[in-house]
Ligand binder design. Structure first.
Ligand SMILES: [Mg+2]
Length: 390
């Protein structure tokens, strides 16, 4: 039985300086992660991460001021037990947002601890691995400026994506939605031209459109053979999602801003998506993503977890992705089609690349699933100290 004797939280921040970039929604002048470290009465340590998009401080407060005192009072801190109890006690005010992100961090750390206690990777505890490494797709092709200067920007974009291909990737997701459609169409054409027809491409609008404009942009993506269109419209616009999905050939993806099985029940139930993208650090941790995977399976939908955090977030996603079945299952699985794939952010993030004593790296377009107990990774405490604020 796990009993927690200590809860520590860390807000890590790295300014990006000249490497700052933009999506359709925001400027990214820095990268931030909220980490939690749990220690058991036996002295074992587990790590988790919570949240991805917003400020880390509210998530920290949910842990320190509300959830940690309850966790410390539980004699049995098994992940499933803790999830049910903490969710029930915060349901009336915390069904989404920082509370669920805080619960995600605690849940991941508890699974890390359970694996450490049993000497087993999380992937084995949740059913076993279909694969020892996971095919990766790169996330890049961000905006480096909010103005569009074709001479400057298209060359720079082409060079950056060519660089990702040189790392061994065969699939890339680029950003769209910040600029008018005619200008983004030039960026899309540049990436296709530079990487060639065989390269698998996807695009992420971060919900920059309404249904009408998303359909117009989606036709451009269809023309260039893109395989999925992520967050075409705002997550609340279920009707818009369904309309876009009905009118386009390429798959519609979404779900990084959904919380728990209840959010995915509604997204899937309204016919919004072909691919669901739960973020394990956002949607409720490993315990909850297992329920979401079951839900998706009942609807024959693919799952490509959203991954954008530190090395802890990548490790958690690798453990889960190694256990995902093919969707749909066939005798001749096709990489990047029905074989699972992991998102591998390629923008500069020292919290991803430097946090772990053994970094998670690309090898022939794949990332190996760590074999050690729990998450299978060791956190470099000097790096935690270097980037911890406050
Ligand atoms: Mg996205």
């Amino acid at each position: 039985m796990l009993t927690i004797s200590r809860v520590d939280t860390f807000v890590l921040t790295v300014p990006l300086g000249a490497d700052r970039f933009y999506s359709s929604q925001a400027e990214f002048p820095e990268r931030t992660s909220l980490l939690v470290r749990l220690t058991t009465t036996e002295g074992e340590v587990g790590w988790g991460e919570g949240g991805q998009y917003g400020p880390a401080e509210p998530v920290r407060s949910c842990i320190e001021d509300v959830l940690a005192p309850q966790l410390l009072a539980m004699r049995d801190a098994s992940p499933g037990v803790v999830w049910d109890l903490l969710y029930a006690r915060t349901r009336d005010f915390g069904q989404r947002g920082p509370y669920i992100e805080a619960l995600s961090a605690i849940d991941i750390a508890l699974w890390d601890l359970l694996g450490t206690r049993l000497g087993t990777p999380i992937s084995e505890l949740i059913g076993g691995r279909h694969r020892e490494s996971v095919h990766a797709y790169g996330t890049g092709g961000y905006y480096t400026s909010v103005d569009f200067d074709p001479a400057r920007d298209l060359q720079q974009l082409g060079d950056s994506v060519a660089g990702y291909a040189e790392q061994g990737l065969t699939m890339l997701k680029m950003k769209i939605g910040l600029l008018p459609i005619a200008q983004d169409a030039k960026r899309v054409a540049t990436v296709r031209e530079r990487l060639g027809d065989e390269f698998v491409l996807a695009a992420d609008a971060n919900h920059a459109y309404n249904a009408r404009t998303a359909i117009a942009m989606g036709r451009v993506l269809d023309e260039h053979g893109f395989v999925f269109f992520e967050e075409p419209v705002p997550p609340e616009d279920r009707e818009g999602y369904a309309r876009v999905r009905d009118r386009l050939d390429l798959a519609i993806a979404g779900g990084e801003a959904e919380y728990t099985r209840f959010g995915f029940r509604d997204l899937i139930g309204a016919g919004c998506v072909d691919i669901i993208q739960p973020d394990i650090c956002v949607t409720g941790g490993i315990s909850e993503v297992l329920r979401i995977i079951a839900l998706a399976s009942a609807h024959n939908l693919r799952i490509i977890p959203h991954v954008w955090g530190s090395g802890i977030a990548v490790a958690a996603a690798l453990q889960v992705c190694s256990t995902l079945p093919q969707v749909p299952s066939t005798h001749r699985p096709v990489p990047l089609e029905n074989e699972p794939v992991i998102e591998f952010d390629r923008t500069r993030n020292p919290l991803r690349d430097d946090l772990l004593t053994v970094p998670l790296t690309l090898e022939g377009g794949r990332v190996a699933v760590p074999d050690g107990p729990g998450l299978g990774v060791e956190v470099d405490l000097d790096v935690v100290e270097r980037y911890t604020v406050g």
